[in-house]
Ligand binder design. Structure first.
Ligand SMILES: *Cc1c(COP(=O)(O)O)cnc(C)c1O
Length: 305
């Protein structure tokens, strides 16, 4: 039954690869292509499709519980997936105290997609991986026995799901660059690339912890390190969902040049980083660089229902 529902999703896979003619790359003899994961599915966008679908299959009809902040793309994607597949979903949301009644547009969308929200304080949220805390949270949320997807959606199944992203890009680029939150997408991507291809991760969170996370996720998913990847940690712009006038102007300009909507939490920082790296001479003349468009702007998505 669930298998039937899944085929109803009709993803566009492999996602298309579009070349963009950008003088900042062209004058250095470098080709820039966009791997359009934002076109995989209109409502279950980008890397969220690759990460969530294997987990939803594993849930086999159980309620799906997951975790996120008030602006989490992952929470929205899980809610949309639940509606599309007829699974009930519970979102455990960090740090919104009880009594704070107004939902932001991102959480409103979650609720419209049928997700039940459960708010917990930041201290509890930090301890959610501890078995006792998790059990207490699930009990309080009325979700005992549910299938739990971790914050950001990165577990072994998700990482293995992202390996296909790398496999689709074999022979198509020398460097494949992706913006990172939890690093799950990079961990899978790097494992799927062919010999001689390298993956670059651009973290959007501050902190310098991502290298260990990616190694840990690869160990969990594949039993050890895979692929050739590195991180450039200079382009977080102050942290998750932080931005600057310069980044906004850059993203507006990129949209105008190339007619592609630029998701601002992740993709804008990736593209900005690639232009800086290009100016620094990080890519050899004759190279092809693929930027993974992991998502679409929230506002640009059609109102679902
Ligand atoms: C969630 C998300 C990411 C981050 O993926 P991770 O696997 O957590 O690193 C990147 N880009 C977009 C648009 C996302 O929504």
């Amino acid at each position: 039954m669930k298998r039937l529902a899944l085929t109803g999703l009709q993803p566009r896979l492999p996602s298309p690869v579009h070349e963009v003619v950008d003088s900042r790359f062209g004058r250095g003899g470098v080709r820039l292509v966009l791997k359009r994961d934002d076109l995989i599915h209109p409502e279950l966008v980008g890397n969220k499709w690759r990460k969530l679908v294997p987990n939803l299959v594993a849930a086999s009809g159980r309620t799906v519980v997951t975790f996120g902040g008030a602006y989490s793309n992952h929470l929205r994607a899980t809610a949309a997936a639940g509606r599309l597949l007829g699974l009930s979903t519970v979102g455990v949301v960090r740090g919104q105290e009880l009594g704070e009644r107004r939902l932001n547009p991102s959480l409103e969308r979650c609720v419209a997609d049928g997700m039940r929200l459960h708010f917990i304080d930041r201290a509890t949220y930090r301890r959610k991986a501890e078995p006792e805390t998790l059990a207490a949270v699930l009990r309080a949320a009325g979700a005992e026995g549910a299938y739990v997807v971790p914050e950001g959606g990165s577990n072994a199944l998700a990482v293995r799901g992202c390996r296909a992203l790398g496999e689709e890009l074999r022979g198509q680029a020398d460097v494949v660059a992706v913006a990172c939150g939890t690093g799950g997408t990079l961990a899978g991507l790097a494992a799927g690339l062919g010999p001689g291809q390298r993956a670059l991760g651009v973290p959007v969170l501050k902190g310098g912890f991502l290298g260990d996370e990616v190694r840990g996720l690869q160990a969990e998913a594949f039993g050890g390190p895979r692929g050739d990847w590195w991180l450039d940690e200079r382009f977080h712009f102050g942290g998750y969902a932080r931005t600057t006038g310069e980044l906004e102007a850059f993203a507006d300009d990129f949209e105008e040049r190339h007619g592609v909507a630029v998701e601002r939490l992740y993709v804008a920082k990736l593209l900005y980083g690639l232009v800086v790296l290009m100016e620094e001479g990080a890519f050899a003349p004759g190279a092809t660089v693929a930027a993974v468009v992991t998502g679409a702007p929230f506002e640009a998505q059609p109102a679902s229902r």
